[in-house]
Design a protein around this ligand. Structure first.
Ligand code: CA
Ligand code: CA
Ligand code: CA
Length: 320
């Protein structure tokens, strides 16, 4: 008899396709926050072993997401050359519609072009890269993201105005800021970060302690800024010597497809890593050249006691 029953069952299954026995399927799915932990569970899971203890927890697809909120503040030295408004970075790249809507950094984050229509103090200067590093191992990156830099130094989320959030557990983390043609910088100490409070991490304050020695340039205004001039993708700003940045600017200018007559005074317009002073123009020599700022930085660096033009300004990050 059992064999007949199984045979009939197979017939029914094959005739009518797959059958699903429905027993207590939760059609919901929700998210909840408690103690800075975000719990997410999906819809459609079987709920017959759910428990509830502050969180709603089921045996379905659950992910716990941690977030922290922070407001880093940083200046780029290049954007402060000949400022249109004292104390604010220039936003020539934004003004000329040169900033790409896709980030130049590894996550290839994208923004709506409308974020570049904001003017004034909160106008966008450029993309930056923000990392959080582990409290007991400052070479270990636990979270990183592209973010946007405003003229007043605020680093904000991809909508151009909201506080920056990173996927990391609340706690003490080192904060690192990097920029495509400036030297990166890190807090000298882990900083307490949480989800609900927006922690200000002000790298422009000369009293703020950074990792290493002379990690930033001290400006006449007493504010501090990231060193400009690292156009060749390494971790050093150098005018002349073993791995200088200057020849890359010359090569970019000479090799530009629009420079038919190979003038060293040719200007490349647009978003370009060789544009040291961030004015939207890349020029080696001529009326608005980018190379003098590199020489100036090298010669005036506090560590260059003998004023060598071959001095190397090393990025002060612990992986060096
Ligand atoms: Ca702002
Ligand atoms: Ca370099
Ligand atoms: Ca320039």
């Amino acid at each position: 008899m059992n064999c007949i029953k199984i045979f009939l069952l197979l017939c029914v299954s094959s005739c009518f396709g797959q059958q699903i026995v429905i027993s207590s399927v939760d059609a919901g799915g929700a998210t909840t926050f408690a103690n800075n932990v975000r719990l997410v569970y999906s819809i459609g899971e079987n709920t017959n072993r759910e428990v509830s203890n502050g969180f709603h927890i089921s045996e379905g697809f659950i992910s716990a997401r941690f977030k922290i909120t922070l407001n880093p503040i940083v200046f780029l030295q290049g954007s402060l050359v000949n400022p249109e408004t004292p104390g604010l970075m220039n936003d020539a790249l934004r003004f000329n519609n040169y900033i790409p809507t896709t980030s130049p950094y590894p996550d290839n984050a994208t923004v709506n072009a409308s974020v570049f229509s904001v003017t004034g103090n909160n106008a966008i200067v450029d993309w930056v890269w923000v990392e959080l590093r582990q409290e007991n191992d400052n070479t270990n990156i636990i979270a990183a993201t592209s973010a946007l830099l405003q003229r007043d130094g605020d680093i904000v989320a991809l909508d151009g105005s909201s506080a920056l959030q990173l996927n990391a557990p609340p706690g003490n983390h080192y904060v690192v800021i990097k920029h495509r043609n400036h030297l990166g910088v890190m807090s000298s100490n882990p900083i307490a970060l949480s989800r609900n409070a927006t922690t200000i991490v002000n790298f422009t304050d000369s009293g703020f302690s950074t990792f290493g020695t002379n990690a930033q340039i001290q400006l006449p205004s007493t504010a501090t800024a990231l060193w400009a001039g690292n156009v060749n993708g390494d971790t050093v700003v150098q005018y002349s010597g073993t791995n200088p940045d200057l020849p890359n600017i010359l090569a970019a200018v000479l090799n530009d497809s629009g420079n038919f007559l190979n003038f060293p005074t040719y200007t490349i317009n647009g978003y370009n890593i060789h544009d040291v002073n961030m004015d939207g123009k890349t020029q080696y020599t001529g009326t608005e050249p980018d190379s003098p700022l590199i020489l100036q930085n090298v010669l005036t660096h506090p560590g260059n006691f003998l004023n060598f033009s071959t001095y190397q300004i090393q990025e002060q990050l612990p992986e060096n």
